[in-house]
Every structure is written in structure tokens, then in C-alpha cells.
Ligand binder design. Structure first.
Ligand SMILES: Cc1ncc(COP(=O)(O)O)c(C=O)c1O
Length: 441
């Protein structure tokens, strides 16, 4: 158990340097921490080290991407094999690894469907929506309040809006980035998550052709089964293209993601993160009739153009294949699920012992909790105070060697161990007690 808080002076020095080169010292808005992020220098398995030689148990795992942990032997081998076998990391022309990975993913997620690889989750969500618009000929896209689909301007509204609801109790549409102007926002229809009547009411008014959602909001707040069944049924009856954004949930809530969890087949699925085995990747897969719009042999007026220098590169394909094969072999996914169940149970036990109201969330390899026993249906149900308290606990944990994004979910990997879990839970106990003693919770 760690009681002493870490010193991070070298991280601060690097941040001072970075800040004069990179806006805010980072390469992505979500990578900033106040007053500065820690700079990492090394990783192995479930552990990471910062430039001040502090060691952490890593539950961020690069925002959930590294389900095998850091430098897993199958990944190291696949990396070496890729360069040995191919003699390059980039062909620019088709390569057999694209076929092998396509077969593997389609077999799990969309038998008889088609797939197109991209280089990020954001590119995948953008492409999926473009396909939906092209297929239906309808420009309006439904996205759910509170759902994140990457830094893609079309879908970058109402992720974490600052405005509440209007006088009639309706969610107010709000861009998350200042360059997003009226004309783009006009094509977006914001829908209330886990609210059948509210969603129906908006959809009856708006001529929406495509709907995208995170089946688990923020990776951990589940869509109610009734809500998912309603959405699938409603969209099917009206010819609306339904997209599951499984960039977080793919290979994480189940091997077959939310598609397997809910036993539902959307029209398109977006994957990312885990399927790159640590390299940049994204993928859109789904119904052949829609995906075939990408076929370059189609005449221009019947074709969706999409391309990318790095799409389907043999490095990402090889590491992705190695990751998926490792996950589906033996009881590996089950092991991740068991470790997550254990962490959920242990955190709940500690919080109960300390008299802290809470509720546990998460499926498969995702663990999370809220500091209230009320059931939440969307992020809006978490009070500001409870979120602030949760962030206080997590920030204190960072200083004690347990790393996750404050207020966010724990991502589990095959590399985590029972002793990681005991250490994590012991640290949570110390952090919560300390905050209680200071009257800060
Ligand atoms: C649900 C979801 N969709 C899309 C994205 C964007 O993926 P990327 O960061 O690879 O662009 C993310 C990233 O966190 C995500 O969680």
C-alpha cells in the first residue's frame, strides 16, 4: 500500500518545455491534466513509470486501447514478424494481412458484411455517418446527448454541454468546439439517451436518416435493453441507418462488443482502439449493401469516396490480428472479466465499509462507480458534487501509484494481477479515509 504522495518535478519541467511548443503542452485536449499531465517514460504489463521514476498501475491503458497491457509477448513477436516477413511497415498496395484481419473481424462482428479500415476511431465514425447519409439520401444525423464519437466536427456536439435543458425540459443543442457553425449543427439532431418516449418524440419531428450511439455511454452507462430493442425496431421499420460506435466497447464489454451483449445487429459498426494492438486504427463494418457504396468501381455519382495513405497498413493489421487471436484464445477474455468482477466487488466493499454511498458499473473489462446509490441512466444524472468528489479520489490515487483519468472508468487488461487489485483497493481506502478526515468528501 502506498501512503506517500509522489514527486513529479521532472514532469513539470518537461511540461514547461512542451507548453512552448504544443498548445497546452499536449497533442489532444483530453490529454491535459490540471496543472500539468505526468510524462511517461516506460511501461511493462499493467505498469507504467513516469520521468520521475514513479511507478503506477495503469487503468487508463491508453484510453482502453491496450487490453493485453503493455509489451505483451504476442505483440512484441507480431511486431518483429511484421518487419521480418514483409520487410516494410507500409506497402501502399493491398497486402494479405488486410484480408486476414477482415475475415477475423467480420467473422466475430458481421458475418457476410464488409469492412473498411481507417486510422482512428474518429475517422471511422465520420465515415460511418457519411455512408449513412449517402445510403439514405437524408442529411440529418441523430446523435445522443453525452455520447463521444471522436474529434469529428459532424458529431462534436453535446458531448459535455454547458447548457442544461430549455424551459420545456428539452436538451439544448450545443457545439463542443467553436468553429462548428449553424449549417453543420443544423444537420445534427440531439437525442436523449435511455429515453424511449423522448427519442421517439424528436424522431417524429425530424427527418433523420442515420443514428449513431455509444451502446454504453462513456463506456460504462448501459443502454437499457428495452431502449436498444426500441431503437433497432424503430430504425429498421423506417429505413434509418443505425450505427453502433463500439470504439470503446468493441472487444471490451464482450469479445463481440455491445453487438454480442445486446444480441442486436446494427447496420454499421465502428471499431477502433483495441483492434490496433497499440497502433493507430479504426474500422467501419456492416451491411454489404451500404458498405458497397465504397467500391471504387462504382460510377462517381453512386460512390462514396474514402481513402488514406495508412489505411490497412501491415503493422496495424498484424498487431490487430495478434491481439484478437490472443483475446479469443483459451480463457483470456474470461480472465479479464473475472479480474474486473473482483475489482468491482472489492471497491464496493471498501466504500461500504467506509459508509460511502455508491453504485458499481461496467461490463466485461470495464469497471466504474458513482458516489451515489441512485441508478443513473445518463451522465446528466451524476451530480456535480459527486463527480467532483470522485475526481478528488482519483487525483489522490495518481499520487499513490494508481493511474486512471480522474472521474473516468478503469480499463482492465490481461496483464493485471490479483496483487494489482489488492494494491488498488488498499490505495482507494487510504485516499477516501484521508479525504473524509479532511472533511473533503
Ligand atoms: C466511442 C468513441 N468513438 C470514437 C472515438 C475516437 O477514437 P480516436 O480517438 O481513435 O479517434 C473514441 C475515443 O475515445 C470513442 O471513445
Amino acid at each position: 500500500m502506498k501512503g506517500k504522495e509522489y514527486s513529479v518535478t521532472k514532469s513539470r519541467d518537461l511540461f514547461n518545455r512542451a507548453e512552448n511548443l504544443l498548445p497546452g503542452g499536449v497533442n489532444g485536449n483530453i490529454k491535459f491534466r490540471n496543472p500539468f499531465p505526468i510524462f511517461l517514460s516506460r511501461a511493462s504489463g499493467s505498469h507504467i513509470w513516469d520521468v520521475d521514476s514513479n511507478e503506477y498501475i495503469d487503468y487508463n491503458l491508453s484510453y482502453g486501447a491496450l487490453i493485453l497491457g503493455h509489451s505483451h509477448p504476442v505483440i512484441v513477436r507480431a511486431l518483429k514478424d511484421a518487419i521480418d516477413n514483409y520487410g516494410t511497415l507500409l506497402f501502399g498496395n493491398p497486402n494479405v494481412s488486410e484480408i486476414e484481419f477482415a475475415e477475423l473481424l467480420l467473422n466475430i462482428y458481421y458475418k457476410d458484411g464488409r469492412i473498411r479500415f481507417t486510422n482512428s476511431g474518429m475517422e471511422a465514425t465520420l465515415l460511418a455517418v457519411r455512408l449513412g447519409v449517402a445510403y439514405t439520401g437524408k442529411r440529418k444525423v441523430g446523435k445522443f446527448d453525452g455520447h463521444y464519437h471522436g474529434a469529428n466536427p459532424l458529431l462534436l456536439s453535446n458531448y459535455r454541454p454547458t447548457k442544461g435543458r430549455d424551459v420545456k425540459g428539452k436538451i439544448v443543442k450545443e457545439a463542443d468546439s467553436i468553429e462548428i457553425q449553424r449549417d453543420l449543427l443544423d444537420s445534427i439532431v440531439v437525442l436523449p439517451f435511455n429515453d424511449i418516449e423522448g427519442t421517439k418524440e424528436v424522431l417524429e419531428r425530424e427527418d433523420v436518416g442515420t443514428i449513431i450511439l455509444e451502446p454504453f455511454e462513456d463506456g460504462y452507462i448501459p443502454a437499457n435493453t428495452d431502449f436498444m430493442n426500441f431503437l433497432r425496431q424503430y430504425t429498421k421499420e423506417r429505413g434509418i441507418v443505425l450505427i453502433f460506435d463500439e470504439v470503446k466497447t468493441g472487444f471490451r464489454v464482450r469479445i463481440g462488443g455491445a453487438v454480442e451483449y445486446y444480441s442486436l445487429r446494427p447496420d454499421l459498426i465502428c471499431l477502433g482502439k483495441i483492434i490496433g494492438g497499440g497502433t493507430p486504427i479504426g474500422a467501419v463494418l456492416g451491411k454489404t449493401e451500404i458498405m458497397e457504396l465504397l467500391d471504387p468501381r462504382r460510377e462517381n455519382e453512386r460512390r462514396v469516396f474514402h481513402s488514406g495513405t495508412f489505411n490497412g497498413n501491415p503493422l496495424s493489421m498484424s498487431l490487430g490480428i495478434a491481439t484478437v487471436n490472443e483475446l479469443i484464445s483459451g480463457n483470456n477474455f474470461l480472465k479479464i472479466q473475472r479480474l474486473s468482477d473482483e475489482l468491482r466487488k472489492e471497491i464496493s466493499g471498501v466504500l461500504s465499509d467506509l459508509g460511502i454511498s455508491h453504485r458499481m458499473y461496467g461490463e466485461g473489462g470495464i469497471v466504474n462507480y458513482t458516489l451515489s446509490d441512485d441508478v443513473i441512466k445518463t451522465y446528466r444524472d451524476i451530480s456535480k458534487k459527486n463527480m467532483e468528489n470522485r475526481k478528488k479520489i482519483d487525483s489522490m490515487l495518481t499520487g499513490m501509484g494508481v493511474y486512471l483519468i480522474p472521474g473516468s472508468r478503469f480499463s482492465m487488461s490481461i496483464a493485471h494481477s490479483e496483487s494489482d487489485i489488492s494494491e488498488t483497493v488498499a490505495s482507494i481506502k487510504v485516499a477516501v479515509k484521508r479525504l473524509l478526515d479532511r472533511n473533503e468528501l
